[in-house]
Design a protein around this ligand. Structure first.
Ligand code: PAF
Length: 273
């Protein structure tokens, strides 16, 4: 597996692959890789001739007081995992920004919903770095996880509205045996917090169960489910999967989103009805 740390070298490699007629699949990550990331890499492997994974802890998507400094950085271990998956190239830039950077993507009103209510600049930071990574890696296909549902929705919209020539693929959430969605931030949890962390997923599942039993009043079902969450619940909502706007009536295409704070760790999860 080749490792590249500079943007120009990355662009050159991609241009060379394209000149040879090779299609590139790209998995952007912030490292601290787990089975969820590896499932994206496996999807990438099946989607193109070359697989590029990036590892970059992007400063612009962290707010002040968030976990940018303590975000786990495990490059050696991650590189070994990616090599074992047959990844062709690891792009691990030291820095992606100019020292006088003023430009950023404005993802519009959707960025202020749900996670955006407590993380006001987060989705602008995500959209900006993903566009920069796309311009550098020039992938044909990009693979994201459904775990970050709001992120995936905003990025798909960015690609559509800004005519970015990349095919977007979103892969299912990978969970631990007790239902907890895999996340690099799970590493922060104490044993006590880890034991109650799956209650967010259990609450989402209970809404799905109630819907399957015939209940369609979203607020009534969500009120009952909220009581199952043992952490500090930030939001538990039923939304339209495209607009992310709340819905009153549960239907099959509805997306359930939840976020909670457990000590110093913020966890998110979602399921489709
Ligand atoms: O989902 C992530 O890991 C990050 O938000 C991403 C897409 C790599 C951008 O930094």
């Amino acid at each position: 597996m080749k490792i590249i740390r500079g943007k120009l070298a990355m662009m050159r490699w991609s241009l060379l692959q394209k000149a040879k007629g090779k299609r590139i699949a790209f998995v952007p990550t912030m490292g601290s890789l787990h089975e969820g990331h590896l499932s994206l890499v496996q999807k990438a492997r099946k989607s193109a001739d070359r697989v590029v994974v990036s590892i970059y802890v992007n400063p612009t998507q962290f707010g002040s007081g968030e976990d940018f400094d303590r975000y786990p950085r495990t490059l050696k271990r991650d590189a070994a995992l990616l090599q074992a998956q047959g990844v062709d190239l690891l792009f691990a830039p030291v820095n992606m920004y100019e020292s006088d950077t003023v430009m950023k993507i404005d993802p519009g009103p959707m960025q202020h919903l749900w996670c955006g209510a407590t993380r006001p600049d987060h989705f602008s930071g995500v959209a900006t770095i993903v566009l920069k990574l796309f311009n550098t890696v020039q992938p044909d296909v990009a693979i994201f996880g459904q775990k970050d549902a709001q992120q995936a929705t905003i990025l798909k919209r960015m690609v559509r509205e800004l005519d970015v020539p990349v095919q977007m693929v979103v892969c299912p959430i990978v969970r631990d045996a007790d239902g907890l969605a895999l996340s690099s931030r799970n590493a922060y949890l104490t044993a006590e917090e880890r034991a109650i962390a799956p209650t967010l997923y259990h609450a989402l599942k209970s809404i799905q169960k109630a819907f399957r039993a015939g209940q369609t009043n979203a607020s009534a079902v969500i009120e009952v489910a909220s009581k199952m969450v043992k952490g500090s619940l930030e939001y538990l909502v039923a939304v339209d999967g495209d607009s992310l706007q709340p819905v009153k009536r549960l239907e099959k295409k509805v997306l359930l989103l939840g976020a909670m704070q457990l000590g110093r760790t913020r966890l998110i999860d979602n399921i489709r009805l």
